[in-house]
Design a protein around this ligand. Structure first.
Ligand code: NCD
Length: 319
């Protein structure tokens, strides 16, 4: 049997910034094939048989952690979920010491979410296994952007010229950063829509259009991507009140009507209903892709694990 073709040039997935358009396209193709497997009655493949994956999450997660776990299991790997709350991390063990301990158990892939930007990259230099960034501070969350791209691709058939309005708390959002990089690489026109206090300094450097008026920012948009107001990352007042925020920046049907007819709505979850998005929009299956994003998340994470395992098969551990 011939080995499957390599997809990724490196043995880690740390961010979208380091990926080429070709690597992204190959991941999208592979993930698309896993959507079909996930919809079949028999969902198991053996491409990761014998491999060990560790999920190490220092921040809360529903979708990302469970979909990585399911992805690994569907591909036949052994998956260990480290509970940071009950581990020695709660006794003050450092990130590097925890990771070194796990490394000694010889995992093949470590999936890490951490509140510090750069945490995943730091581990990739210190460990022998492949490292996947499942979100580092407000820096990157590459698999979220990849699953969002898969969702858009399956609905719209491509990215060239598509207007995507990313709305809300851009300042604190790693999802926004990864999506800006990915959508721009694939030829979409990205807009950021947010109050000035929730935009990063010099946001224009990302090569995007900036809007502080949501009505103007939504005009003619094909995709409206809403972001959660990340109150846990806010030290101080970034908005006058959540009520006022909803009035100006919350997505309801009235504001959505300003976008292109047939525009679709996305949200990475978890949602603050009535703060950045009205339930009537979030639950409207004619426009909302939110549940589809979750389904694509499992498929995309299977593709990422498969792609990394191909690298391991050809190169072995870094030791
Ligand atoms: C996002 C995250 O953790 O960055 N959630 C997710 O992975 N689906 C977005 C968020 O927390 O708002």
């Amino acid at each position: 049997m011939t080995a499957p073709a390599a997809i990724l040039k490196t043995s880690h997935l740390l961010g979208i910034q380091g990926l080429s358009v070709e690597e992204i396209s190959d991941l999208l193709d592979l993930a698309d094939s896993y959507v079909a497997l996930n919809r079949a009655a028999e969902k198991k493949s053996a491409v990761l048989k014998g491999r060990t994956i560790i999920n190490l999450f220092f921040e809360a997660s529903t979708r990302t952690q469970s979909s990585f776990e399911l992805a690994g299991k569907r591909l036949g790997a052994d998956v260990l979920n480290m509970s940071v709350r009950t581990s020695s991390v709660s006794k003050g063990e450092t990130l590097l010491d925890t990771a070194a301990t796990l490394n000694a158990m010889r995992p093949d892939i470590l999936i890490v979410r951490h509140y510090d930007s750069g945490a995943a990259e730091l581990l990739s230099h210190k460990l022998d296994c492949s490292v996947v960034n499942a979100g580092d501070g407000s820096h990157e969350h590459p698999t979220q952007a990849l699953l969002d791209a898969l969702t858009i691709l399956r609905r719209r058939g491509g990215f060239e010229g598509l207007i995507v309005a990313i709305c809300g708390d851009v300042l604190h959002s790693r999802v926004a950063r990864s999506n800006i990089h990915l959508l721009s690489k694939l030829g979409a026109r990205v807009r950021l829509v947010a109050p000035k206090t929730l935009l990063p300094a010099n946001a224009e450097r990302f090569g995007v259009e900036i809007f502080t008026d949501m009505r103007e920012g939504l005009a003619g948009a094909d995709i409206v991507m809403m972001l959660r107001l990340q109150l846990e990352r806010m030290a101080g007042a970034f908005i006058p009140s959540t009520r006022e925020y909803f009035h100006f920046y919350g997505l309801d049907h009235e504001k959505l009507a300003l976008a292109k007819p047939g525009a679709l709505v996305m949200h990475p979850g978890p949602m603050n209903r009535g703060v950045e998005i009205d339930s009537a929009v979030a639950d409207d299956i004619e426009v909302s892709l939110i549940q589809e994003q979750v389904e694509m998340g499992v498929a995309m994470r299977m593709a990422v694990l498969d792609a990394l395992a191909r690298g391991i098969a050809s190169g072995g551990r870094n030791t």
